[in-house]
Ligand binder design. Structure first.
Ligand SMILES: Cc1cc2nc3c(=O)[nH]c(=O)nc-3n(C[C@H](O)[C@H](O)[C@H](O)COP(=O)(O)OP(=O)(O)OC[C@H]3O[C@@H](n4cnc5c(N)ncnc54)[C@H](O)[C@@H]3O)c2cc1C
Length: 464
């Protein structure tokens, strides 16, 4: 039997592509090396972290409830139950992915998959090695945490996103190297659960891919809430110590400081899983391990596609992996293909305050020569934000003065990762600043801040 498509890897890229291939009536198999389907996102990424972030929100409501006139005497955090809830959410959705494979008649093959010549995929498992025939392969093997040279993660003291999700108590203190989305989300979780958290980032700001003002606001908030943030800092010489783990940090001002904590989270980026998947001898091209693709997700090797975290040039996000899977399947099935537009990919960071963004930052828009017009609105002037007790942050619109084109939207504040949906839809529909001004925003809502920020491109917000 020859498959139409074999997908290697069952993360959000791979499993969604398998579903879509099944929906198109293609004879499809998915190969997964782990026991459970779902990949990084479901098991050690998006879902467990967001479950913990939600519990941190709930915990904060209880610990600050007196502000709302509710006295909760001595609320207690039961960490095993917190972890258990997170694990149950993950298991429920892993079963959901299994169900989707059955529903869409996708063969699930457990084992390690690799390319084995044109039209062939080899699967290595306890059963031995089997070779499958296929017309097309979608590589969706994802990524794993990068490590600093000379150190290895363990279960207790040196952690990546994998080990930290299984720790059996809230650590008294935590060092975090890396202030991208993963680093700052764990900082937001564990600080609120009571850890003493220090974040070290080599670049000059937290969340360096975001608009500069967003980075500044997050740093201001984190510092105000007791998270030590050292940007422009280099961490070296990580070692075990009596307390747990120690490192030497060279801070932005040149001062060298020895730091120590119960544990260290290394969150310095993600390495694509492209070694040992049979790329040697193929025409697949890579750039520092990431696979180069065209706008249809085709690699240089006919019949071999790549999607998700292994792809060069698109951000490592679950929804990007899924969207790229849709593109690859459409191409395979001979359907119309709408390539990924990198300027319409939302970024979402689920810290408190949250971050949602899409399109160009102000600096990028200026560098590209646009006549940049910015409209901002602070959540401090939004009545729903006051009701929620979440005044920090703002909405920032980056637009082009010539036609009112929306170039980017950058939000930090309550539910920013949900609000960004309006911006993505507006940009996808090619709405202008004027269209968005005329879109009526309900009162009192958080998303009214969007309407106000669009108005403020012309200096015409009402409530500031
Ligand atoms: C802590 C953390 C939080 C995150 N939070 C978010 C978030 O909130 N939102 C968001 O959009 N993104 C988030 N991400 C990023 C997101 O998890 C990834 O972008 C996404 O999982 C990528 O999907 P993928 O399908 O490319 O690969 P993965 O999810 O990495 O899945 C790859 C799968 O392939 C399997 N595999 C690898 N090699 C082989 C092989 N040779 N044979 C068979 N199987 C193989 C792996 O076992 C794995 O199951 C987060 C990441 C981390 C680490």
């Amino acid at each position: 039997m020859t498959y139409d498509v074999i997908v290697i890897g069952s993360g959000p890229g791979g499993y969604s592509a398998a579903v879509r291939a099944g929906q198109y009536g293609l004879k499809t198999a998915i190969v997964e090396k782990d026991n459970k389907l779902g990949g990084t996102c479901l098991h050690v990424g998006c879902i467990p972290t967001k479950a913990l972030l939600h519990t941190a929100d709930v915990w904060e409501y209880f610990t600050h409830s007196a502000e709302q006139g509710i006295h909760c005497d001595n609320p207690k955090l039961d960490w095993p139950l917190v972890s258990d809830r997170k694990n149950k959410i993950v298991s429920k959705h892993a079963k959901g992915v299994e169900f989707l494979m059955k529903k869409n008649k996708v063969d699930v093959i457990k084992g390690y998959g690799k390319l084995a010549g044109p039209g062939k995929v080899q699967v290595h498992s306890e059963r031995g090695v089997e070779t499958l025939e296929t017309k097309n392969v979608i590589l969706a093997t994802g990524s794993e945490a990068r490590m600093l040279p000379g150190i290895k993660p363990d279960a207790k003291r040196i952690l990546t996103n994998v080990e930290i999700l299984s720790i059996d108590h809230v650590p008294a203190s935590m060092l975090i190297i890396g202030a991208g989305a993963v680093g700052v989300e764990f900082a937001s979780i564990f600080k609120r659960f009571g850890s003493n958290v220090t974040v070290l980032e080599m670049l000059p700001r937290l969340v360096p891919v975001e608009d500069e003002e967003v980075s500044k606001e997050l740093e201001r908030y984190f510092k105000k809430h007791g998270i030590r943030c050292e940007t422009g800092a280099k961490a070296e010489n990580v070692r075990y110590s009596d307390k747990g783990v120690a490192l030497t940090a060279t801070l932005a001002n040149g001062k060298v400081e020895e730091m120590e904590a119960e544990c260290l989270l290394v969150a310095v980026g993600r390495k694509p899983n492209t070694e040992n998947i049979g790329l040697e001898g193929t025409a697949v091209q890579t750039d520092r391990g990431f696979i180069k693709v065209d706008s249809h997700q085709r690699t240089g090797q006919p019949g071999v596609y790549a999607i998700g975290d292994i792809v060069a040039g698109t951000p490592q996000l679950a929804h990007v992996a899924t969207a790229e899977g849709m593109v690859a399947c459409a191409d395979i099935a001979g359907k119309p293909v709408t390539p990924i537009n990198k300027l319409r990919i939302p970024g979402a960071t689920y810290t408190e305050p949250g971050i949602g963004s899409v399109g160009l930052t102000e600096a990028q828009a200026k560098a590209q020569g646009y006549d940049v017009k910015v409209g901002k609105f602070p959540f401090g002037a939004n009545s729903k934000a006051s009701i929620l007790g979440m005044h920090d942050g703002f909405v920032k619109i980056v637009s082009d003065g010539k036609f009112g084109e929306i170039l980017g939207v950058h939000i930090i504040g309550p539910q920013a990762f949900e609000l960004v949906g309006e911006a993505v839809t507006a940009m996808e529909a090619e709405a202008t600043v004027d269209t968005m001004i005329h879109a009526i925003h309900a009162h009192p809502t958080i998303y009214e801040a969007m309407g106000e920020a669009f108005n403020n491109v012309y200096g015409q917000a009402i409530n500031i």
